[in-house]
Design a protein around this ligand. Structure first.
Ligand SMILES: Nc1ncnc2c1ncn2[C@@H]1O[C@H](COP(=O)(O)OP(=O)(O)O)[C@@H](O)[C@H]1O
Ligand SMILES: [Mg+2]
Length: 346
């Protein structure tokens, strides 16, 4: 197949996305596909403005990124650097090339790539893509809306509230420690643990730097897990134990800074309970292809669902691929499987 692996974009997870995209493309090429890694924002510029043979040299025409910098990217600088200065999120030739592809593998993370907007545009352009449809993506992207859906479905989630920037004055929260996070963020960017009311202001500043809406919720002290779901069926659970602090941006992407164990060393009862919650969350959010659901477990083994990731990290050492490996699906198998699963939408 001719496959566009779509990456980049303007979210705080831009660099992470290139890493996923590069790895996915390598795997798909190993399976005989022609895979082109395309930056959704910068697009593809050819000297002759001729894209007819773009898949003939798909590897040479691909964006290649091997390492994720330790700091989140400077998005303003990236916007300023695009030569055409267009206001379109889609860079030059992106739609045309995606229309030529048999399928677009979505390696975008966060922002407009994960929010359902690209998916909705692709539906209208007749472009086939991997992953969930626009509406379930949009719901899962919104942490507070996700929590509302979880609560309705009887899935436990930390108690909390959402705050809009315009309602900030006079706001107080009465349960400490708590955690503050941007409502639609990812990769723990803008997330702060708040131990007492004196620390709340700085945490709100950090989160509002990214978005006008933030979630403030009870901090769950304990262990952290994640569970991938493909077509409604949960994979083995993975535990993530950062060596220092919590699972922040650095601990997520600097090699060796967190111990990841799959299958997680927890009782069968806890495993089953978490997998049931993961499958139920998947269903209640309207997801159909694949996703990864994040959990915390407190010292009494109560589980709390934090959020759903509809375009989770896709390098061979990312969490979902590790879980798939435990059931005998290697990274190449997984990339192909996600395409097959996703094409059932059409
Ligand atoms: N209520 C909570 N209690 C304890 N830790 C939390 C809580 N919410 C988030 N965290 C920590 O912050 C990280 C990021 O939060 P999460 O809601 O998963 O957002 P994202 O991964 O989209 O940035 C989690 O991986 C976890 O380590
Ligand atoms: Mg998360």
């Amino acid at each position: 197949m001719d496959i566009v692996v779509l990456a980049g974009g303007l979210s705080s997870e831009r660099d992470v996305s290139f890493k996923s995209g590069t790895m996915v493309a390598q795997a798909l090429r190993a399976r005989g596909h022609r895979a082109l890694v395309l930056d959704v924002f910068m697009g593809y510029l050819d000297k002759e403005q001729d894209i007819s043979g773009v898949f003939d040299n798909s590897e040479a025409n691909s964006v290649v990124v091997e390492d994720i910098p330790s700091e989140a990217p400077d998005i303003e600088a990236i916007i300023a650097s695009r030569p055409d200065k267009s206001k379109s999120f889609f860079g030059p030739n992106v739609i045309k090339i995606c229309q030529k592809a048999d399928v677009v593998f979505m390696a975008l993370h966060g922002g407009d790539g994960e929010s359902g907007k690209v998916q909705a545009a692709f539906d209208l352009y007749g472009i086939r893509y991997t992953g969930n449809d626009y509406i379930s993506s949009a719901i899962a992207m919104d942490k507070q809306m996700t929590k509302d859906f979880l609560i309705k479905a009887g899935i436990p989630t930390p108690a909390g509230t959402m705050l809009n920037k315009s309602d900030r004055e006079g706001f107080s929260f009465d349960k400490y420690p708590c955690i503050v996070k941007p409502n639609c963020g990812g990769s723990s960017i803008g997330v702060t643990i708040v131990n007492n009311p004196n620390e709340l202001d700085a945490a709100l500043d950090a989160a509002f730097e990214w978005e006008d809406e933030v979630v403030i919720e009870q901090f769950i002290k304990g262990r952290e897990f994640s569970d991938g779901v493909i077509e409604g069926k949960a994979l083995p659970v993975i535990e993530i134990a950062p060596k220092q602090g919590f699972y922040d941006y650095k601990n997520k992407y600097a090699a060796g800074s967190a111990v990841e164990t799959c299958p997680a060393q927890i009782s069968d009862e806890v495993t089953t309970r978490m997998q049931k919650y993961a499958e139920k969350a998947f269903k209640t959010l309207g997801l159909t292809t694949y996703a990864r659901i994040d959990f915390m477990m407190d010292e009494q083994e109560n589980l709390y669902c934090l959020e759903a990731n509809t375009l989770p990290g896709m390098t061979p050492t990312s969490l979902l691929p590790q879980e798939a490996a435990v059931v005998g699906m290697n990274f190449e198998d997984l990339c192909e499987h996600l395409i097959q699963v996703s094409l059932k939408k059409y």
